[in-house]
Write a protein that binds this ligand. Structure first.
Ligand code: SF4
Length: 322
């Protein structure tokens, strides 16, 4: 466990709704190793974001509830510890960069007030020291005139700048673990490249353990060390990124790779995986991917596939390997 920052075991997070039980996360296992960037990958609705929110229990409860599993961090089970213990960890030991920079920032507080308040909440620093720390963090994120930006309100910044401010805020208390939920989704390609550069630099300079959530395997190839492919609220394949890209085992992973744009080919349309992600209230019996799987067999419609370890660092849940 020495090399492991966080271990998620058989995590199940369900939402009790009027239409039924939404099994958003239904048996997810992974470990985050120290200093690595672990990518959680899949289409919308596969359970990536709810998995990340479950680590800090940042969902509305009710209707959401962790109904099973463990989240081991520093001798604590975050799935069951008290809210008081969790509040001490949130933002300080484990920080999160949310998907929507616009809604994650408070529109009526200046950038400086938002970051300085967070620093003062968790660290024994006075206002002036917290302010200096904020300026240095904003500069580290490549924000020009960081001192001036302290007095700006979120609406005065571009989307890319807001995303950098959010990353600065998440790093303000020197967390050990950073969870980044699709930080490159709502920005243009130039800003996306700059944000990925920031994550590269953070990894080299701070040895951060990062959980990076994305639907984009091209981003995974650029930033990730290992990847967990998620489908139907479960982890279906886990391996080092080079293995995932060059030797995918699960047909869903292969489908995601085939959807990557290939500039060497001229195609009228981008490839896509036929069908849509399953309704989490009515998951298909057996393998949840079987209605979309080009390799589905009879057993796939009847039995959930077991987890198979294909090599030391590679595991997959698929009947093709049983
Ligand atoms: S278990 Fe069957 S349906 Fe599921 S991914 Fe494997 S081959 Fe396809």
């Amino acid at each position: 466990m020495d090399n492991v920052s966080l271990k998620v075991s058989n995590l199940r997070t369900h939402f009790l709704t009027r239409r039924g039980i939404v099994k958003a996360v239904d048996g997810v296992d992974f470990e985050l190793r120290r200093g690595e960037c672990l990518c959680l990958v899949g289409e919308s609705g596969c359970g990536k974001t709810v998995t990340a929110l479950s680590i800090l229990r940042l969902f509305d409860s009710p209707p959401g509830k962790i109904v099973g599993g463990q989240i081991s961090y520093d001798g604590l089970d975050l799935a069951k510890c008290s809210l008081r213990q969790l509040r001490q960890i949130r933002g300080k030991d484990i920080a999160i960069v949310f998907q929507e920079a616009q809604s994650a920032l408070n529109p009526v507080l200046t950038i400086g007030d938002q970051i300085i308040e967070q620093i003062k909440l968790h660290l024994p620093l006075d206002y002036s020291m917290a302010r200096d720390r904020t300026i240095s963090l904003l500069s580290e994120m490549g924000i020009p005139s960081a001192k001036r930006v302290l007095s700006y309100y979120p609406h005065q910044l571009s989307g890319g700048m807001k995303q950098r401010v959010l990353i600065a805020m998440s790093l303000s208390c020197d967390p050990q673990i950073l969870i980044a939920d699709e930080p490159t989704t709502a920005v243009d390609v130039t800003i996306k490249a700059q944000i990925l550069d920031i994550f590269h630099e953070l990894k080299a300079s701070r040895q951060l353990s990062t959980i990076f959530i994305t639907h984009d395997l091209a981003v995974v190839a650029e930033i990730g060390d290992r990847a967990v492919i998620m489908y139907g609220g479960k982890d279906v394949e886990t391996a080092p990124v080079s293995e995932i890209i060059n030797n995918p085992k699960h047909p869903y992973t292969s489908g995601l790779i085939e959807c990557l744009p290939d500039v060497s080919k001229t195609a009228d349309r981008l490839a896509s995986i036929p069908g849509t992600t399953p309704n989490p209230i009515e998951m298909p019996k057996g393998c949840a991917f079987h209605p979309r799987c080009p390799k589905a067999m009879k057993i796939c419609k009847q039995q959930e596939p077991p987890e198979i370890i294909t090599s030391k660092e590679h595991k997959v849940s698929c009947h093709l390997y049983t």
